[in-house]
Ligand binder design. Structure first.
Ligand SMILES: Cc1cc2nc3c(=O)[nH]c(=O)nc-3n(C[C@H](O)[C@H](O)[C@H](O)COP(=O)(O)OP(=O)(O)OC[C@H]3O[C@@H](n4cnc5c(N)ncnc54)[C@H](O)[C@@H]3O)c2cc1C
Length: 399
């Protein structure tokens, strides 16, 4: 019998396993792929703060990010640059493997090519049914950590609810030149209700991707790759050779992230940022809280939902506000026509707003800037005139 079985060897599962094993608990991690971190469909942008706060594999860092450029469909560009590094672009395979190795070094066991088939919570233990190389086994543990990413097959049975909101994402890694900063492309035709991005990985490699709540993301991405802003900078390759990978990102809080002998972390608990869809930093925060809660449950011998409830209240206290705020921002953004996006970027280029942006824009906590933004009278004027934003802004001094 193990102390804890973790289902899923992504960053959330492995970081929880790392901390639990470090505290002396016996931990088994189940991962359905034969290699940790492969395949991975991710842009790999992780804040510098995440690297400062958590024990993360620095060898996964491919590039530093100091600047972001936002492109309106009607021509305006907003440039936010800082002197210091704000985030890193990482190789997700190396990143995921680095965390898993830390967990293994602390004594966690990993079973790869192993599918968790069922999670059965009993009064005095959890039974986890697995299938590996055509054989079936049952493992027992005191607690199960569900960190299975976007596989929600167990959620209903376990009574924890599934996420209801998803972003459909597509991404391609391409040989390219002249991509120096992170670029964000906005517009109802480009990425309906969301955004597209180009993130340079090295001097000749870029990750171009797109998220949307509306239509087929891979079709939209192919269309974006045809646009001058991308086409002229990527190496000429046959269209059919471009490998587009597609995946969903959940957003919005799920009903419950714990139960008797069960804790849910990462994308499994929909702990992503609704604004960008980034989930690694939040997943790591919640993994740490999950591990602390489980360690305390072992100390007290309390494995029921009452003993694990603190997990949910703690992570909601830390990131719940930002998730809720991001959710509403996305709701408002959904209503934006291209004109509104244009006027918003022009608003952000006004000196006083741009200064606030530079000072308060935080890579992980978007509510900091939003709160400061909302304190500005010009923001309310903008909101009031939203339907005729361009007309208002074009009459504003300095535009
Ligand atoms: C296109 C795209 C770009 C992204 N870019 C960024 C970014 O730049 N920055 C950022 O912070 N986030 C980004 N994200 C989100 C980020 O990838 C996720 O939030 C993150 O991977 C979640 O980590 P996790 O450990 O919760 O889940 P995952 O990384 O999905 O890991 C879960 C693991 O569990 C395994 N598993 C599932 N079911 C079972 C089972 N039954 N048995 C055994 N194993 C199982 C899976 O195979 C997987 O390996 C992006 C997502 C997409 C789709």
């Amino acid at each position: 019998m193990f102390d804890v079985v973790v289902v899923g060897g992504g960053p959330a599962g492995s970081y929880t396993a790392y901390q639990l094993a470090k505290s002396g608990l016996t931990v088994l991690v189940l991962e359905d792929h034969k290699t940790i971190g492969k395949p991975r469909f991710c842009t790999g942008v992780i804040s510098k703060e995440a690297f400062n706060r958590f024990d993360l594999p620095k060898e996964s860092i491919q590039r530093e990010i100091k600047e972001a450029r936002f492109y309106s469909p009607l021509g305006s560009i907003l440039n936010i640059s800082r002197d210091k590094t704000q985030a890193y672009v990482v190789n997700r395979t190396v990143f995921d493997q680095g965390i898993a190795h830390k967990a293994m070094d602390e004594g966690a066991s990993y079973l790869l090519s192993t599918i968790c088939d069922d999670i059965d919570i009993r009064d005095d233990h959890v039974r986890v049914k697995i299938e590996t190389q055509g054989e079936r086994f049952i493992f027992k543990a005191y607690i199960c950590v569900l960190a299975a990413g976007t596989n929600y097959r167990f959620h209903e049975k376990l009574g924890i609810g599934r996420p209801v909101n998803f972003l459909d994402c597509a991404q391609a890694e391409l040989l390219a030149k002249d991509f120096c900063s992170m670029e964000i492309y906005l517009g109802t035709e480009i990425a309906p209700e969301s955004f597209a991005w180009a993130v340079p990985v090295s001097s000749d490699l870029v990750r171009v991707g797109l998220s949307t709540t509306k239509r087929d993301s891979s079709y939209l991405l192919r269309r974006l790759l045809e646009k001058d802003i991308i086409r002229t900078r990527i190496d000429k390759i046959d269209k059919k050779d471009i490998q587009i990978k597609r995946k969903v990102i959940p957003y919005g809080i799920i009903k419950k992230s714990y139960s008797d002998r069960l804790v849910v972390v990462g994308d499994s608990a929909s702990q992503t940022k609704p604004t960008t869809g980034g989930g690694i930093f939040n997943g790591l925060i919640c993994s740490s809280i999950a591990a602390e809660t489980i360690i305390s449950a072992f100390e007290k011998g309390r494995f029921g939902h009452k003993g694990l409830r603190i997990y949910e209240s703690r992570w909601r206290r830390e990131i719940g506000h930002d998730i809720r705020m991001g959710f509403y921002v996305r709701k408002i953004f959904k209503q934006f026509a291209d004109q509104h996006i244009e006027s918003l970027l022009r608003l952000c280029n006004i000196n006083e707003i741009h200064a606030i942006l530079k000072k308060f824009a935080d890579f992980d906590r978007h509510s900091y800037f939003l709160v400061e933004f909302m304190k500005q009278p010009i923001f309310w004027k903008y909101l009031f005139f939203k339907t005729s934003g361009l007309r208002y802004l074009s009459t504003h001094e300095g535009l």
